[in-house]
Design a protein. Structure first.
Length: 344
């Protein structure tokens, strides 16, 4: 076979490729020339039988022909489009895939879920109240007097809503305690309820204040509910959230909706009570407010205060989360910085 024959084959290829108009025909074309028993294999097989001086130039021409065929086939594949298998040669199936990163719950949501699960285990019902509340449910029903500073516009966001009855002012709830009023008006004792959710206060933003944050309110009403029930339950709760070695104490306090009232402290998570900068050398960290529900609240919701007693407690979720994980700036929760959020 001579170089001229190769020229003829090359010309034949040029004309044949024109007629290829389907993946099937392209496949037949490829097999005819590049297949194991194809024309190029045949040409290559001739090389050992050629005179020594002709071998190398013949071999080179066969190679050129092979390259030309490969180029023509790839180009034809492109013009034929994505017929099945036509693009396989362009995709490296050995390449690692693009991994999808998994989303997760926000740390505040995680802690809300964790705390609600603890109370559910103790038999509490989890409910949610609206963020837009009446002045009555947020203050009056809770025995908060008309001249109480928390009612001032610089402590509460009041709303001017179209179509709102003139007598009832609307506001963004400043705590989750109004859920007590809602539920007690609706249901009869015995009751054990926790209510997580957002609350709003017009505070200047700094490392420990935001104008929106989260609280969980809890309350129990029944016959013969005692202060010791509150204390026992809070101790269980503190150990479940912060670990069984944590100590708790109750300090006398005042809230209009509870009497007597107490704040709960836990032993400092950092120094275990010895005194450090986190606890201000006190060895204790304030965690929540609580107390026995004030009989005036029972009167406001139509419960007989002679028959029923109960306790209530309320806590800030951001504060609990910050204590639990040693976070020193509340603003981190809402900056959507993935480096921060991915730690949880
Ligand atoms: N509502 C209070 C606050 O926002 C927290 C609180 C304190 C709730 C004592 C209670 C309670 O139910 O008994 O600061």
């Amino acid at each position: 076979m001579s170089g001229n024959d190769i020229g003829a084959i090359s010309a034949q290829i040029d004309s044949e490729i024109q007629g290829v108009d389907s993946s099937q025909k392209l496949d037949d074309f490829r097999v005819k020339y590049l297949g194991r028993k194809g024309i190029l294999a045949e040409l290559t097989g001739l090389i050992p039988g050629l005179p020594k001086e002709a071998r190398s130039s013949f071999g080179q021409q066969v190679n050129l022909l092979k390259n030309k065929l490969n180029t023509l086939i790839v180009e034809k594949q492109k013009t034929l489009g994505s017929g099945s298998g036509a693009r396989v040669s362009e995709v490296d199936i050995g390449m690692p895939g693009i991994s999808q990163s998994l989303g997760r719950l926000h740390p505040i949501t995680q802690v809300i879920n964790e705390i609600c699960a603890i109370f559910k285990q103790m038999g509490f019902l989890v409910v949610e109240g609206p963020e837009v509340e009446t002045e009555y449910n947020n203050f009056t029903g809770l025995n908060i007097p008309l001249d109480h500073p928390s009612r001032e516009a610089f402590d509460t966001f009041y709303l001017k809503l179209p179509g709102c009855p003139s007598g009832g002012k609307q506001l963004l709830r400043s705590h989750t305690s109004p859920v007590q009023v809602r539920i007690m008006k609706e249901k009869k004792p015995p009751l054990a309820v926790v209510a997580p959710g957002r609350v709003y206060r017009p505070d200047a933003v700094d490392a420990s204040h935001l104008f929106m944050f989260h609280q969980i309110e809890g309350f129990v009403v029944g016959e013969n509910i005692r202060f010791s029930d509150l204390k026992g339950m809070l101790e269980l709760f503190a150990k479940a959230v912060f670990g069984k070695d944590i100590k708790m104490r109750l300090r006398p306090h005042f809230f209009p909706f509870t009497e007597p009232s107490a704040e709960m402290d836990i032993s400092c998570i950092i120094c275990k009570g010895a005194g450090c900068s986190v606890c201000g050398r006190k060895g204790w960290l304030e965690v929540l407010g609580s107390g026995m529900i004030n009989p005036n609240v029972f009167k406001n919701v139509g419960y007989d205060p002679e028959k029923y007693t109960g306790f209530a407690f309320g806590m800030g979720i951001e504060r609990i989360t910050m204590l639990k994980y040693g976070i020193d700036d509340i603003r981190l929760f809402f900056e959507n910085d993935l480096n921060f959020l991915n730690q949880f």
